[in-house]
Write a protein of this length. Structure first.
Length: 767
């Protein structure tokens, strides 16, 4: 392996270093020291004439370097880092520069800002990046622009959400450690960067491309063309995006190797009449690839394809033979050495797994048809079918792992759509060239391209519409995905080996049956069992109460505070959609700030809630806000006060600040903050669980919380990390009120509670 695939050999050690650094946090200086020691050892061993030991030492040096680079990026926080300086709820005078391209979405614009100084009482230098979220859409900013504005820097909180997505980790991998929300760019003072810079020129070129497509194509076709060519998907309608997703062709909106191949083919044809020398033509093509990568926002898939194409062109310039396994391994190595956090990017993983699968499996499968390679039916039908099958087979495990759904007809859809999209990419380039030569010619070619793009949309509507068969996979362990890929490798090796074929057949049967048994067992155990999903929302907690896997539920909200963004759109709706909730029976609002009422009313309207229970002290506020939306909310407003003697719903009792949910083996109390007021429970349960929105006062030693009620478990939105004047530790305080330390949703993310477990409430983090 070392002699034949040196890049792959080094890549294995680099991957190991990143994974180890992600799981075992060591000081960065130790990792750097290890890198230097092994590098020097390998260099000294080169004099001995032995190549194996120096190569191994240098590979281990790469392991330590990748671990050091990852640790320095993720955890290398100095005393001037913003996470050490920023205080919650403080308003700062912020100075920084735009780092990278702003991301324009339908609901706003996200901009990464590299800070240089902050000011509250006084200005101080600061390091680190924040994410600036504007409520309006704007393309006025570019990379390098210097910004000045005022705002509150909110720390990136929360663990995994209900779908298993860890937003805090996602932002940290991008180097972002705070979020600022502003309604408009008018609140920002901008010092425009030098327009002669390369990135500014790329921004201008991208804008001209989009403008040309809008002039020569219909609005929907122009949006689709921007997505196919440069991955610009902001204008694509939501229903069209859904068609791509449910047909298994969503990857076509992410610029990849096929786009780079079409770009190279187009410019190769354009350069042919110029009769340039081979090396000079290769250099021009490399420049085109580099420019195209910048136009496509340097997405992982296009980075992989661009680096691979550049390495192949470079090999041609140097007149060197190359192996595709070494090329793709070296490509991954270059990208990871530049930014090791790319390893945990879904696009990076899908891109390399698919590319390697094609390199790994396609030659062996194609060899089975070696007698027919010259036949047209093989080149135009069988070979594309093999490519589609291999690409889908290699990507399906990761798609199921991250997106929990697999399109059944994805192979057929890709077989039909991919060639048409490749043809469309060439057509888009022709339209841009024609518009540059003569605008009238651009309109003519654009009218022809419109027909092709509308045909693609018509096919997508039938292949990915509401009737498209989709398998919902649910949560899949990472270990299961690794087993599937191991089986793929065994299948590859067993094509010509009888013994391995038997091993593969038996292993596949055992793995499939174990997965089926696990799925059937899990479904049987969860059938008709009540469950509660609790997650953190701004200021408090949102709890969803339902029967397992039901599409109807109740929502409990406590201590909700308003933000500059729409809470229903950004937080509540994604939570309910990930759970598959289609309708809310009731919404219980234990406490809520005035500026968050409209978010709850929109949620009630969108999910056809029947009743909205609010505290008596808040009913006038809700009524006032409801009056602003006449006829838009058809929900009954039900005020509540003291503890209800009769349940408002089967098993639900309300008091002034709490919702008491009674189950067979336990009682769950949803509360708005801690109080020493006695709480009379409807019955004397064996297990009591508290879900508290406000931050408990760590350091208090009072045993009178809720009249001396002792809880089996406590779930809270956050713990106030301050020492008490009585010098009593938080652990001692929790021992006075609960049997275990609390679940802090600020750290745990969302949790799933099964209250009817025989041994007491069963609480597990959501994955």
């Amino acid at each position: 392996m070392l002699r034949k695939y040196p890049s792959l050999f080094v890549l294995v050690f680099t991957l190991a270093g990143i994974v180890l650094a992600d799981n075992i946090r060591l000081p960065a200086w130790i990792l750097l020291l290890g890198c230097l020691l092994f590098f020097l050892s390998g260099a000294l061993m080169l004099k001995t004439g032995d190549r194996t030991k120096p190569a191994l030492a240098l590979a281990i040096a790469f392991l330590f370097f990748s671990a050091f680079h990852y640790t320095a990026r993720m955890h290398g926080i100095g005393p001037r880092h913003l996470s050490k300086i920023v205080v919650d709820d403080a308003r700062y005078h912020i100075f920084g520069r735009v780092a990278g391209w702003p991301l324009v979405k339908e609901s706003g614009t996200e901009i990464a800002i590299s800070l240089d100084s902050l000011g509250a009482d006084r200005m101080v230098p600061v390091q680190g990046r924040i994410l600036l979220k504007l409520s309006d859409t704007t393309t006025a900013l570019q990379s390098g622009d210097r910004l000045e504005f005022f705002g509150r820097i909110y720390p990136v909180r929360g663990g995994r959400n209900i779908g298993g997505f860890d937003y805090r980790r996602y932002l940290h991998l991008k180097g972002l450690f705070g979020i600022v929300y502003l309604p408009t760019l008018l609140d920002v003072r901008v010092s425009v960067a030098d327009r002669s810079r390369l990135l500014a020129s790329v921004d201008d070129l991208r804008a001209q491309i989009r403008s040309s497509l809008k002039r020569n194509l219909s609005p929907r076709s122009a949006a689709l063309a921007s997505g196919f060519l440069i991955g610009e998907t902001r204008d694509i309608p939501a229903d069209v995006y859904t068609w791509f997703r449910d047909s298994g062709t969503l990857h076509l909106l992410a610029v990849s190797g096929s786009n780079v191949a079409m770009i190279l083919l187009f410019f190769w044809v354009v350069l042919r009449p110029l009769r340039l020398p081979r090396r000079r033509r290769a250099l021009v093509l490399m420049a085109c690839v580099f420019l195209f990568a910048l136009l496509s926002y340097n997405e992982p898939s296009v980075m992989r394809a661009s680096v691979m194409a550049s390495l192949v062109l470079l090999a041609g310039i140097l007149e060197r033979r190359y192996d595709l396994n070494n090329i793709i391994a070296l490509t991954a190595l270059i990208i990871l050495l530049y930014d090791p956090t790319h390893l945990f990017n879904v696009g990076f993983q899908l891109s390399f797994v698919t590319a390697w699968g094609l390199i790994f499996f396609l030659p062996r499968l194609s060899a089975l048809f070696s007698r027919f390679h010259s036949r047209r039916w093989y080149r135009w039908l069988v070979f594309p079918l093999l490519v589609s099958i291999v690409a889908q087979a290699c990507s399906v495990p990761l798609v199921a792992l991250y997106f929990h759904r697999v399109a059944v007809i994805s192979v057929l859809a890709n077989l039909i759509i991919v060639p048409l999209v490749s043809l469309a990419v060439v057509g888009i380039l022709v339209v841009l060239t024609a518009d540059l030569i003569l605008p009238l010619l651009g309109l003519f070619t654009g009218s022809l391209l419109n027909v092709l793009l509308e045909l693609i949309l018509w096919l997508l509507r039938h292949l990915g519409g509401t009737a498209a068969p989709v398998i919902t996979t649910g949560d899949i362990p990472v270990g299961a995905v690794m087993i599937i890929y191991l089986l793929f490798v065994l299948v590859y090796l067993s094509v010509r080996r009888k013994t391995l074929r038997r091993v593969v057949a038996i292993s596949a049967l055992v793995a499939v049956n174990l997965m089926l048994l696990a799925g059937v067992g899990g479904t049987w155990l969860e059938e008709r069992q009540p469950e509660i999903i609790a997650c953190r929302v701004p200021g408090g907690i949102a709890g969803v109460l339902r029967i397992s896997n039901a599409s109807t539920a109740d929502l409990v909200v406590t201590d909700l505070i308003g933000r500059e963004y729409l809470l229903d759109e950004k937080i509540i709706d994604p939570l309910l959609q990930q759970l598959g909730i289609e309708r809310l029976t009731s919404i219980f609002v234990l406490s809520c700030q005035y500026d968050a009422i409209d978010d709850l009313l929109r949620t009630a309207d969108r999910y056809n809630a029947t009743s909205l229970y609010v505290r008596r002290s808040s009913r006038h506020s809700f009524a006032d806000v409801m009056a602003m939306y006449p006829g838009s909310v058809g929900v009954d407003l039900v005020p509540f006060g003291r503890l209800t003697e009769e349940p408002v719903r089967p098993g639900y009792y309300l008091s002034g600040d709490e919702l008491v949910a009674v189950f067979d083996s336990s009682t769950v109390i949803f509360a708005s903050g801690w109080t020493d007021r006695s709480l009379t429970l409807p019955r004397n349960p064996e297990h009591i669980l508290a879900v508290v929105g406000g931050k408990p006062p760590v350091g208090s030693v009072s045993n009178d919380l809720f009249g001396g009620v002792r809880f089996s478990h406590v779930i809270c939105s956050g713990i106030e990390q301050r020492s008490s004047s009585r010098k009593v530790s938080g652990d001692l305080w929790w021992q006075t009120v609960a049997e275990t330390r609390p679940y802090d949703l600020n750290l745990e993310g969302a949790v799933r509670i099964h209250p009817n477990s025989a041994a007491g409430p069963d609480i597990n983090p959501c994955r």
